[in-house]
Design a binder for this molecule. Structure first.
Ligand SMILES: Cc1cc2nc3c(=O)[nH]c(=O)nc-3n(C[C@H](O)[C@H](O)[C@H](O)COP(=O)(O)OP(=O)(O)OC[C@H]3O[C@@H](n4cnc5c(N)ncnc54)[C@H](O)[C@@H]3O)c2cc1C
Length: 483
């Protein structure tokens, strides 16, 4: 096995870490991985297979994995970052917006070198029925200047950039390599990973599983029970080409400014939502759909995206565009109460492998949570290696670290959100109720006098099958969840 020392020509298609004025000084040289000697205890783990030694092995060069590898390398630890794709981000799917402030910990003034399509200055929430829409449209010019709020970027670019930071700090990136299982010692402790390469297993004091949703390694370790479909949605998206100046004009922005539109009520009653994001010269449009409901609805996700694209409030943005790419991926939406145990002897979970995407209606954030948890996992692993205790107890401070920062604090605060947001009334009745009220308010009915708001509310509630008692209960529930 070749441990790629840097994202270089030895790693197909992986770009070199950006060279810019803010590039870090020469990275510390970590101890080189050593082939297993015949006397090494590791040789008994996988007889007949060569073994390389590292302080830590991180599986998955998504945002969680690269962040974890970066922290370990910065602490002077030898770390292998194993990625099944030919380069980081090559297989990764998401909607398109990253909230970058978590990168403050990675690099000061990260915005000067991060690969970005557009900086989001407009965030809109659109409540829809098949023929109507009501938008809450927020715009902030402050978001168009450093330190920025959100950016659209392609994962192939972003993940390669972040992995490049880890490599620059000394991590060894090993691409086109699948971790196929955990290596354990006689006592059952995790001591490395088996890979799909005939020439090598990777042995380490700590393994950090950052292999994404439905983590194979977390399941093998017994941390993740069988996937519960109710805790997952399917995200599907299309990337559509449009000239940059057409995007500017239609979305009301200028060259580096971008727009994020989230949609509710566009999924044929299947719990979920839609999104529309601007890149430099493409737009990403997609939907997120509850898996169990999709299974019984007998409708294909492409048909729902087609509905969204044809909606009268969306179609004018997309006129004349051509589909460049289609992709689909699972999203762990169970939130705080559905998360697995985060550590075992010699093992930590981070990012989507631990179910850390925050899906709370107006928020769909996973990359920042993956980076936050990856950084914490890398720090805790480095500390545990230094003090010589990589047992589950020795790694337990990972959980408290995350509870003390946004990763688990946000999840804890919003733990009831997935259930509320995906509930039948919010998904199927409130879009009609809200747009009925808007229509009543904005329709001029002369010579009939204007109806009062209470009358409009009662009428809309009746029409959409919601009792006033249910309305009050939902308002209280939403108030509690988003307090
Ligand atoms: C449709 C959709 C829209 C989304 N929109 C957004 C959004 O707009 N903003 C946002 O912040 N989040 C969004 N998310 C969530 C976000 O994509 C995830 O939360 C984030 O990617 C998690 O990062 P991660 O590093 O934990 O896992 P991943 O990004 O999934 O990375 C896992 C990595 O591990 C590698 N891997 C897996 N198994 C192995 C193995 N056995 N051996 C070696 N390598 C392996 C994979 O190739 C991959 O590179 C969206 C998700 C979807 C599906």
């Amino acid at each position: 096995m070749t441990a790629t020392p840097a994202a270089s020509s030895a790693t197909p298609a992986a770009p070199a870490p950006s060279a810019s004025a803010s590039s870090p000084p020469s990275p510390p040289s970590p101890p080189s991985p050593q082939p297993a000697s015949p006397a090494s205890p590791a040789s008994s783990v996988s007889p007949g297979r060569a073994t390389l030694f590292f302080d830590a092995v991180v599986v998955g060069a998504g945002p969680a994995g690269s962040a974890a590898a970066l922290e370990l390398a910065r602490a002077g630890r030898s770390v292998a970052l194993v990625e099944r794709g030919p380069f980081p981000g090559s297989k990764n799917v998401y909607g398109g917006v990253i909230y970058g402030r978590v990168l403050d910990e990675v690099l000061p003034a990260w915005w000067e070198e991060v690969p970005v399509e557009r900086w989001v200055v407009r965030r809109s929430t659109m409540i829809m029925t098949p023929t109507r829409s009501l938008s809450i449209d927020y715009r902030s010019q402050a978001w168009g200047a450093a330190p920025y709020n959100g950016m659209t970027t392609y994962r192939a670019d972003f993940d390669s950039w972040l992995a490049g930071r880890a490599v620059a700090a000394g991590a060894r990136l090993v691409t086109s390599t699948v971790a196929t299982g955990l290596l354990r010692d006689a006592a059952g402790r995790v001591v490395g990973v088996r890979t799909d390469r005939a020439d090598g297993d990777l042995r380490a004091q700590v393994v950090i599983a950052c292999d994404g949703v439905n983590s194979f390694l977390a399941k093998e370790a017994g941390l993740l029970p069988r996937a519960d479909a109710a805790h997952h949605t399917l995200g599907v998206k299309e990337v559509l080409s449009l000239p940059a100046e057409v995007i500017d004009e239609r979305f009301g922005v200028r060259r580096t400014e971008g727009v994020d539109i989230e949609m509710l009520g566009c999924t044929r009653g299947i719990p979920g939502g839609g999104f529309l994001y601007t890149n430099a010269d493409t737009v990403s449009v997609g939907v997120v759909l509850s898996l169990p409901h999709l299974a019984v609805a007998k409708v294909r996700p492409e048909e729902i995206i087609a509905d969204v694209k044809a909606h009268p409030a969306v179609a004018p943005y997309l006129r004349g565009s051509t589909v460049k790419e289609y992709s689909a991926h699972l999203i762990p939406e169970g939130g705080y109460d559905a998360m697995p145990r985060l550590h075992a002897d010699g093992l930590l979970l981070a990012g989507d492998a631990a179910g850390m995407t925050l899906a709370a209606g107006i928020w769909l954030e996973g990359v920042n949570f993956a980076i936050g948890s990856g950084l914490a996992a890398g720090r805790v692993a480095a500390r545990a290696i230094t003090v010589g205790d990589v047992s589950s107890a020795g790694l337990a401070s990972y959980r408290s670290d995350l509870e003390g920062q946004f990763v688990l604090a946000d999840h804890r605060r919003l733990r009831g959100a997935p259930e509320v947001i995906l509930s039948e009334r919010i998904q199927q009745r409130y879009p009609g109720l809200i747009t009925d009220i808007a229509e009543g308010v904005f329709t001029v009915t002369n010579p009939t006098p204007k109806p009062g708001f209470t009358r409009l509310l009662r009428r809309a509630a009746r029409r959409n099958g919601v009792s006033l008692r249910e309305l009050a209960a939902d308002a209280a529930r939403i108030g509690r969840v988003f307090r």
